[in-house]
Design a protein around this ligand. Structure first.
Ligand SMILES: *Cc1c(COP(=O)(O)O)cnc(C)c1O
Length: 396
C-alpha cells in the first residue's frame, strides 16, 4: 500500500530503538549494561497503584470527558498554585495520553505549512518530528556546553523570521541535564513577547533537580509571559508512571479548547484509571519522589566524576533530569583494531559490542556527544563505566 509523505517523513524514536536492541541482546542471555532508559528505574509508588485498583474495583472504567476529569484538573491547578505560584482555571487545563501526546496535540493545533518553530539543540527527539508532522519547519539553534546548553538571547533573536511561530524550551533538559534559571528564562520570555511567539515550556523534569538548583516555571515570570506560554508536564518521570500515559498542559483557553476538540476526535480521553491514579500521585504522599531524586543525585555525582576521569572524555555536570551528556569527540579519528570512530553512531555501535548501550548524540542533534541515562542501579553504572573506560583505553 502507498504511504503518505507524512508517514514516510517519520523516523522511529531512536531512544526506543536502542533500548529495544539492548533488550534483545539481554533476552539472548548477553549481559548488556543499558544506559538507554528514558524512564525511572523505580516502581510506581504503592499509594498510586492502590488508587488505580480502587478505581477499577469501583467501576471507574468508562469514558471520561475528553479534556479529563475535574478532580484531576483541580489537582493539577493546585500543583501549579502551590509549586509554581501560578493560577489557572479548569478551562485552561487539558489532560492527554502522556506529555508526548500533549506536545503532539499542541503542534497539530498551532502549526501548519510555512510555520517555523525554534528548537534549541540538543533537543528531545520527538520535537522535530512532531513539528514536521503538523506541516511546520523545525529551526534548530545549536547551544554551547559552556552556556549550560541553554539558547542565548542573541542566538534566539538571530533565528527569528517573519514565519517563526514558537520556541520549545525544555528545562531541565533531556538529553543534556542543563537547566534555565529565572534570569535566562526571562531573557527568552521577553524576546518571545516582543516577537509575538508562543513558548512551549516542557517542564517534565522540574522535580529532578540537584545542587540546590531551583526550578522556575517559564509562565511564572510575568502575567504577559504567562499569556503566551503553554506549560507542559506529566506524571511519567516524577512518579515513575511512564506506562500510565498521563500528561497535561495549561495555558491559553483557546488553545486548550482546540486540543480538547482534537482529542475528542482522536483518543477520546486519557485512561480513566490512570487519571484517578494521577490524582493520588499529585495529592498524595510525595516522599517517594524525594527518595528517587536522592538516589539519582548520588548516581549523577558518581557517573560525572567517573566519565571526567576517562582520558579524552569530558562531561557537563547536569543540574537536572537523569541523563549525562558527555563529549566524546576528542576520541573521533581513533581506532579500535581497524575500525575508525568518526561519529556518535560509530561509538554507539562499538560500545554495544562491549555490552554497553548508550544513545548517540546525533539523535538529539549533536554528534559530539552521547547520552547515558543514570536511571539504572549503581552496580550497573559502575560496571558500565568500567567497560567504557576499558574500551577507551584500547583505542589507538
Ligand atoms: C519523557 C519525556 C516526555 C514525555 O513523557 P510522557 O511519558 O509522554 O508523559 C516529554 N518531554 C521530555 C523532555 C521527556 O523526556
Amino acid at each position: 500500500m502507498k504511504l503518505t509523505k507524512r508517514a514516510q517523513s517519520i523516523k522511529p524514536s531512536p531512544t526506543l530503538a536502542i533500548t529495544a536492541k539492548a533488550n534483545r541482546m539481554k533476552a539472548e542471555g548477553i549481559d548488556v549494561v543499558g544506559f538507554g532508559a528514558g524512564e525511572p528505574d523505580f516502581d510506581t509508588p504503592d499509594n498510586i497503584k492502590e488508587a488505580a485498583i480502587k478505581a477499577i474495583k469501583s467501576g471507574f472504567t468508562k469514558y471520561t470527558p475528553s479534556s479529563g476529569i475535574d478532580e484531576l484538573k483541580d489537582a493539577i491547578i493546585e500543583k501549579f498554585r502551590k509549586e509554581n505560584n501560578l493560577k489557572y482555571e479548569r478551562n485552561q487545563v487539558v489532560i492527554c495520553c502522556g506529555a508526548k501526546d500533549v506536545l503532539y496535540n499542541i503542534a497539530q493545533v498551532l502549526f501548519e505549512e510555512g510555520d517555523e518553530v525554534i528548537i534549541p539543540a540538543p533537543y528531545w527527539v520527538s520535537y522535530p518530528d512532531q513539528v514536521v508532522l503538523a506541516g511546520g519547519t523545525p529551526v534548530f539553534v545549536p547551544t554551547k556546553e559552556e552556556n549550560g546548553f541553554r539558547i542565548t538571547g542573541e542566538d534566539f533573536k538571530k533565528a527569528i523570521t517573519s514565519r517563526t511561530r514558537a520556541i520549545i524550551i525544555n528545562s531541565p533538559s533531556n538529553p543534556t541535564g542543563g537547566a534555565y534559571d529565572a534570569k535566562h528564562l526571562e531573557e527568552i520570555g521577553e524576546i518571545a513577547l516582543k516577537n509575538n511567539l508562543t513558548i512551549i515550556s516542557d517542564e517534565i523534569y522540574e522535580r529532578m533537580v540537584y545542587d540546590g538548583f531551583k526550578h522556575v516555571s517559564m509562565a511564572s515570570l510575568s502575567d504577559k509571559i504567562k499569556e503566551i506560554t503553554l506549560v507542559v508536564n506529566g506524571v511519567s518521570k516524577t512518579y515513575s508512571m511512564t506506562g500510565w500515559r498521563i500528561g497535561y498542559v495549561v495555558g491559553d483557553k483557546n488553545v486548550i479548547s482546540a486540543i480538547v476538540n482534537l482529542q475528542s476526535q482522536s483518543t477520546s480521553n486519557p485512561t480513566s484509571i490512570s487519571q484517578k491514579a494521577s490524582v493520588e500521585a499529585l495529592r498524595g504522599d510525595q516522599s517517594t519522589v524525594d527518595m528517587m531524586v536522592k538516589a539519582f543525585d548520588e548516581r549523577r555525582k558518581y557517573i560525572v566524576k567517573r566519565l571526567n576521569s576517562i582520558k579524552g572524555v569530558s562531561c557537563y555536570n547536569p543540574q537536572g533530569a537523569f541523563y549525562v551528556f558527555p563529549n566524546f569527540s576528542k576520541l573521533y579519528g581513533k581506532k579500535l583494531k581497524d575500525k575508525v570512530i568518526n561519529s556518535s553512531s560509530d561509538l554507539a555501535e562499538l560500545l554495544l559490542e562491549v555490552k554497553v548501550a548508550i544513545v548517540p548524540g546525533v539523535a538529539f542533534g549533536d554528534d559530539a556527544y552521547i547520552r547515558l541515562s543514570y536511571a539504572t542501579s549503581m552496580d550497573n553504572i559502575k560496571k558500565g563505566i568500567d567497560r567504557i573506560e576499558e574500551f577507551v583505553g584500547k583505542l589507538s
